[in-house]
Design a protein around this ligand. Structure first.
Ligand code: 5GP
Length: 182
């Protein structure tokens, strides 16, 4: 895949290569293995964006674990958050008394994470932590830290490795960022 792709006449430049992503995923998994030794966490992937990341992450993790998914909606097909989060698919697992690790593709405003935090804490987990491949640090307003972050990035629109452009291009192996307009 070339270093620049053009989507609807807009150039996107290669930002984080597939190799860098895979290296970082292995590091995050090693950290999680250390922190959860002897426990059986439930990884909860937030659809759709985290589907590739959680797939790669759980295959690097060696602790016994379970996997479930939830789906929120806040963006629709827009690039800017609508500011309103709603649950589109509920969890299927029992959260009470369990160690929960929520897996996000990217934390932007932090609204989704805060919504999920409240929702899961209401069910009394033994513990709750978040892992996000990407964090837009200058924008994110979360009340508690994201415990595991792959890469901190500036407030730019990125696609690939699960992240979409109007539902397309999630299947890119690397992450690309929209080139700022001159
Ligand atoms: P937040 O609630 O933190 O504002 O938004 C989180 C969700 O917005 C992410 O899970 C992702 O689906 C979407 N999002 C935020 N920033 C980007 C971005 O730069 N690119 C893409 N494709 N989606 C994003």
């Amino acid at each position: 895949m070339s270093d620049t792709i053009v989507v609807n006449n807009e150039p996107f430049d290669l930002y984080i290569s597939a190799v860098r992503i895979q290296d970082r995923v292995k590091e995050l998994a090693a950290q999680i293995d250390r922190d959860y030794a002897g426990k059986v966490p439930i990884f909860i992937g937030v659809l759709n964006g985290s589907f590739i990341f959680i797939g790669d992450l759980v295959r690097e993790v060696t602790v016994d674990c379970e996997i479930d998914f939830m789906k929120l909606s806040s963006y629709g097909d827009a690039k800017i958050s609508s500011g309103q989060v709603k649950m589109v698919k509920e969890l299927n697992c029992q959260v009470a008394g369990r160690d929960i690790i929520v897996v996000e593709d990217i934390v932007d405003t932090g609204l989704s994470v805060e919504y999920i935090r409240k929702h899961i804490l209401a069910e009394n987990p033994a513990s709750l932590r978040f892992v996000s491949l990407l964090l837009k640090k200058d924008i994110a307003k979360t009340t508690a830290p994201i415990e595991y972050v792959g890469f901190e990035i500036p407030p730019e629109f990125v696609i690939g490795y699960g992240l979409d452009n109007a539902q397309k291009l999630r299947n890119l192996k690397a992450i690309y960022r929209q080139r700022p307009r001159a």
